[in-house]
Design a protein around this ligand. Sequence first.
Ligand code: CA
Length: 266
Amino acid sequence: MRKNPVSTRAFGVLLAVLMLLSAAFVAPRAQTAKPLTKTELYAAFLQYEGLFIYDAAPLYTVRHSLDLLLAYEESFDRYAQLYQVPKSLVEVSVLRELFYYNLLDWGADIFVSAYYETALLSEKRGTQEAFAQIEPLFFKQDASTGVAQIFVTTAYNNAIDVLNWAAETGVRPGGRVYDAANVQDRYDLWFALKDDPDFSIEVMTLIHLRNALLADPTQGFRAEDLSEDEIKWIFARFNTGTLDSDHTVDCYAYFLLFEQYNASEI
Ligand SMILES: [Ca+2]
């Protein structure tokens, strides 16, 4: 049977359109999205106000969280550049922690502060035995703290593991190595995380770098080279979640907004 040249051409056009459409579906994430101004970034996030506060007594509103986050821009820039980790990844993880920072976090910090101050005092006075008896009743040895809500020893992504890894692998040359059994080491690190946002942001950057490298040593870190799932895994590993957990899904949505906002700076 003789082919109809018109329908062959139509088929070719249809095929080309389908190929273009499928290419659009697998195209890298939101790279062509227009940059966001600061006002547009705030407007995008203010839609979330009140929606993601599941815990009791949040201490920061969405606007306050964004104000705090953007005040640390210099630190995000510095560590993103130093460790070659996309800035938006680190900003989003810190922002999410600020959204969820609540009265219980604040209270836990007081119990941990009291623990460390008393533990060191008891060492100086030689009264560790008496201290050990009251310690489980009145004190807490660790809590997530600071702008990035990082634990010193007790979580998977704890600061001692991350900083020791960074020092020992040469990622952070000359970096201090901490002994988790030493109260003074834990004291120094916990208060640094609690009181120094710049240091917390450095540790948060290293957490993402370590998790990604442990999962895939060949991992590249240019945001535009990472697939949606690769980015989601980076967030999931920080929160020991999965690709479809609320934390991961929310962080990915925030990430796309921050990529647009940061693109406006270039
Ligand atoms: Ca906390």
